[in-house]
Write a new protein. Structure first.
Lengths: 353, 414
């Protein structure tokens, strides 16, 4: 072979190999098939009621049919503009007599009711449910989503896959599984053995005896005047002591029974509150947290690993709702959280120790 | 010469390992977002400072966006910091003050030292709240952003908060697309990995917050710093305050659309970073303060990021010199294996990080552009090296730094 052509050929081949990885790049640069900015959530801001609000708007199209059925006491069926089938019930109790009473039967139909909706047991509702009044569910049901303009009560061992919103009170009988968002304009009450992820309401009461009470404290949660006490290693606040400052502990922290902290508290490791402790600010642990009986915490309560809240504790107040959050949360009976209770991985209502 | 080369190669290998550590942490490690779930609280009063120097093209956008955020109106005060603008910035701000007199209070700065830190320092006379949020004027905050950036301040250990920056003009040209990839790598992987690993997330000075008491404790804004954000990060760290990164607190920004603007920007960042390295590096690594061992090591490596550019160039030169001197850096098969291993793994570290970031962002096709990043890196390595050289020259001659504002490309809001 002519050496000149061999050299040129080698150079061309090398250039081609060098350019090969750039072919998809050049194609993308030219076609701009993925050139839009990343989708940054600008509007709904993670609102817990986002899906419920959307479904309420969606249901506006069924309002005329719903009013007509309420007046006549009849029910109607049809198809929504997006192709979803629906059934509209003038009387909610008619749901008990619709042909879906067999165990584990799946109902891929949107249900809308003008009066209190009574749902049979052992049924899978794979489409959203709307009630202009209350919803009373049977036992061992599985729901996709529920919106009620009044109360919602789920029967024992029921589960919700996506979301629930009640304008009135939401309550779940024992052993319900709430996988998505649960919100209420009035309050949420969970029985023992219920599991949850994200709850939001003016009050969230665990157990039938939990009483949402008034807490008179009005101090601002982020206080500007309180200095910060910094402690390397483990630290303990003695029982009954009053601690005025914000506190940051790089080790474990134990707050003795009946102690009162006027500022906020942070612990890099485990944090234990003995019974009757009062925290005016926030309570943060970069590890695990155990909150004893009858504690009062006014600000946000955050643990990066696990959290146990024992009976009688109150987080937030009716006038100053707050957030309680951890990947795993166990809440005993007679605990009330005012605001948000959010378990990223699993929350569990458990019997008291 | 060979021993200097060994040192340089060793340092480069440390940064390579760091890239992999961060990327693997993001892909497989425990992800920390401790404050993002705080959606209900007794929200504290906040002041939002909007730094604006000749921002007539963009300032109306951010003020409009801030007026629609979900935060109690009576607890949020917006202060546009008009820093000696000579365009219509003042007029636009005053129009907004007229429309929202209880929610926006203008701070018009007519004279004084140049630079954002100096402007913010002067504006502090209007700030009374414990929580201060800072935005540059070209940013567009979403509805939940103010709450998200405020939430970490419920933690009494937190002195600073940083959100994520997302380019909104990424599709304009090759440069903006490359910067989009770089931002992805920098925030989605680098910053979040530092947050996960309890290292040193960096305060970016915009889409960010700072606690007033922490700021006072560390001596306020440092108007001698070329990058007030890096300076703030290290002063907070040395005083025992944490800076936290919130990857899900995203905000649109505008990235440079021309190479000269980009080069100016990165040169300023490099000089500021190097300045912080000289000021805090030794004290951070060896001094008596509250930073943990891992924070000391990571903080020092972070300070050295920009000086690695001239360091690498010197390494290349030494490698060539060694080659032409006929010195074998290692022996036989070990040398070949080492070079091959580094070429296969080491050179890919930064690209791997960015590709992983793009994947985590859920993007698909833009990852194809990763090979073009060589172009961006080539420009950066020379620009940053030149910045380091000129910084040394300035230090020797006593020349003062001239503040270059990053040019905006958006069309002015009507």
């Amino acid at each position: 072979m002519n050496p000149f052509f061999a050299v040129v050929g080698l150079m061309l081949l090398t250039s081609a190999l060098l350019l090969l990885p750039l072919v998809p790049a050049l194609a993308e640069l030219h076609n701009k098939s993925d050139a839009l900015p990343l989708n940054v959530i600008q509007q709904h801001a993670g609102e817990i009621r986002f899906f419920a609000d959307g479904f309420r708007s969606y249901m506006k199209g069924l309002q005329p049919a719903l009013q007509e059925c309420v007046s006549s006491g009849a029910h109607a069926t049809g198809t929504m503009p997006d192709g979803s089938e629906y059934v509209v019930l003038g009387r909610g109790e008619d749901a008990l007599f619709l042909p879906f009473r067999e165990q584990n039967e799946v109902h891929p139909v949107i249900i809308a009711s003008g009066t209190d909706l009574l749902l049979p047991s052992g049924t899978i509702f794979s489409k959203d449910i709307y009630s202009a009044a209350s919803v009373i569910g049977g036992t061992k049901n599985r729901y996709r989503a529920i919106l009620a303009e009044k109360d919602i009560r789920l029967g024992r061992e029921s589960s919700v896959m996506r979301w629930v919103h009640a304008v009135g009170e939401f309550s779940a009988d024992p052993a319900c599984r709430l996988y998505g968002r649960v919100s209420s304009e009035t309050g949420i009450r969970l029985s023992s053995e219920c599991s949850f992820l994200r709850l939001n309401a003016p009050y969230i009461a665990i157990g039938p005896e939990a009483d949402p009470e008034q807490n008179p404290s009005q101090a601002p949660v982020i206080a500007t005047t309180q200095p910060r006490l910094f402690h390397d290693g483990d630290f303990e606040i003695q029982a009954g002591a009053v601690f005025q400052d914000n506190l940051v502990v790089r080790g474990r922290l134990r707050i003795g029974a009946g102690a009162r902290v006027c500022g906020s508290v942070k612990s890099e490791k485990g944090l234990v509150l003995e019974p009757g402790v009062s925290i005016e600010g926030s309570l943060i642990s970069a590890s695990i947290m155990q909150i004893g009986h009858d504690c009062r915490i006014r600000g946000p309560v955050i643990a990066e690993r696990t959290m146990l809240i024992q009976a009688g504790t109150r987080c937030g107040t009716p006038h100053n709702p707050t957030t309680v959050s951890a990947p795993n949360i166990q809440v005993e009976q007679d605990v009330v959280v005012f605001g948000t209770l959010w378990a990223r991985e699993e929350g569990q209502a458990v019997e008291g120790s | 010469m060979i021993y200097v080369l060994y040192v340089i190669v060793s340092v480069i290998c440390i940064y390579t390992a760091r890239h992999y550590w961060f990327t693997l942490n993001r892909l497989f490690g425990f992800q920390r977002h401790p404050y993002i779930d705080i959606d209900t609280a007794d929200w504290p009063p906040v002041t939002v400072l909007v730094a604006a120097h000749n921002e007539e093209k963009v300032v109306a956008n951010i003020l409009s966006a801030l007026m629609t955020v979900k935060y109690p109106e009576d607890k949020m005060l917006v202060i546009p910091v008009n820093d000696r603008s000579t365009d219509r910035t003042r007029e636009i701000i005053d129009e907004f003050v007229e429309r929202f007199p209880t929610r926006i209070r203008a701070f018009h700065r007519k004279e004084g030292k140049g630079g954002k830190a100096a402007a913010l320092k002067d504006a502090m006379e209007l700030v009374e709240t414990e929580v201060i949020l800072i935005f540059d004027a070209d940013y567009i905050p979403g509805a939940g952003l103010v709450r998200q950036l405020t939430a970490p301040f419920f933690d009494p250990e937190v002195g600073g908060v940083m959100g994520r920056v997302v380019p909104m003009n990424c599709g304009t040209n090759l440069l903006t697309r490359l910067l989009d990839l770089e931002r992805s790598g920098g925030y989605q992987v680098d910053q979040q990995a530092r947050m996960n690993l309890r290292l040193v997330p960096q305060h970016g000075g915009t889409v960010a917050g700072v606690r007033l008491s922490a700021l006072r404790e560390i001596g306020g804004w440092n108007d001698t710093s070329l990058t007030e954000d890096t300076d703030l990060t290290y002063r907070l760290l040395l005083h025992g305050w944490k800076t936290v990164y919130q990857n899900r607190s995203e905000c649109y920004e505008e990235v440079p659309e021309t190479w000269p603007v980009r080069i100016k920007q990165i040169k300023r960042w490099a000089k500021g970073h190097n300045q912080a390295m000289v000021t805090y590096g030794l004290h951070l690594l060896l001094g008596r303060h509250r930073a943990s061992l891992r924070e000391r090591i990571d903080g020092t490596l972070l300070l050295g990021v920009y000086i690695m550019a001239p360091f690498t160039l010197v390494g290349w030169a030494l490698a060539l010199g060694v080659f032409y001197q006929g010195v074998a850096p290692l022996h036989g098969i070990i040398a070949i294996l080492s070079v091959t291993a580094y070429a296969a793994i080491g050179n890919l570290a930064a690209f791997f990080e960015i590709a992983a970031a793009v994947r985590l962002d859920g993007s698909r096709k833009r990852v194809c552009l990763v090979p073009f990043l060589i172009l961006g890196f080539a420009v950066s390595i020379f620009a940053v090296s030149w910045a380091a050289v000129s910084q040394v020259k300035d230090a020797l001659t006593g020349a003062e730094f001239h503040w270059d504002k990053t040019e905006r490309f958006r069309k002015a809001a009507s």
